[in-house]
Unconditional design. Structure first.
Lengths: 112, 114
């Protein structure tokens, strides 16, 4: 069963603009991760945020986590053409098995 | 060092045949996953194992999918009696720790069942 769901399913923005993607999940978690996938490649880990953290930064990436709403957001600032990819959130389930479950992803397209 | 490597990159199998897909994960990594990725369903956990070689915690109850881990950094996903619905990209991923640890993915094997 799907634990996380990304929103929107697809997003097109102009280069230089900020891109925001959201993830909602169903059960309590230990941590939430964001991954990126380019066509024909495997997923690449971007950032991990623990359940006791509210915000985390890495370069042009900013991730927030709201455990009361069971949601997270990924913000990419000053987008570039190379940011075109699919982005996935992944969660484990607190006090359940350690299995990491992915959402269906957001397809981000940066227009030149 | 080397990342996660999967082989073959592409596989075509006739319906009803068995297939085996290989994953060489990162040395020292404890947890190993197999995911099946399709456009409609995203990435679905097939199996995952933690440190104990050959112990397969199936994420998807099905008698046709199984994983063997003869060495800690090698895993083989076996699909018996393939069906057309098994056409997908099969991704292998490993992580250093049991939890709170990023997954490192291979580039996948694209399986086409004809």
């Amino acid at each position: 069963s799907q634990q996380g769901e990304e929103d929107p399913q697809a997003l097109s923005i102009q280069e230089g603009e900020n891109a925001t993607m959201n993830c909602s999940y169903k059960t309590s978690i230990n941590n939430l991760q964001w991954y990126r996938q380019n066509s024909g490649r495997g997923l690449v880990h971007l950032i991990l945020i623990r359940s006791n953290e509210r915000e985390k930064h890495s370069g042009r990436l900013r991730v927030t986590l709201d455990t009361s709403k069971k949601s997270s957001s990924l913000l990419i600032t000053a987008s570039r053409a190379a940011d075109t990819a699919s982005y996935f959130c992944a969660t484990d389930r607190l006090n359940r098995d350690d299995k990491i479950i992915f959402g269906k992803g957001t397809r981000l397209h940066i227009l030149p | 060092g080397a990342g996660v490597s999967q082989s073959p990159r592409y596989k075509v199998a006739k319906r009803g045949r068995d297939v085996a897909l290989r994953c060489d994960s990162i040395s020292g990594h404890v947890t190993l996953y197999w995911y099946r990725q399709t456009l409609g369903q995203g990435s679905e956990v097939l199996t995952y194992s933690q440190s104990d070689a050959q112990r397969d915690k199936s994420g998807r109850p099905s008698g046709r999918f199984s994983a063997e881990r003869p060495e800690r950094s090698v895993s083989t996903l076996k699909i018996q009696r393939t069906e057309q619905g098994d056409s997908a990209v099969y991704l292998c991923a490993s992580s250093l720790l049991r939890r709170n640890s990023p997954l490192h993915f291979g580039n996948g094997t694209r399986l086409t069942v004809t």
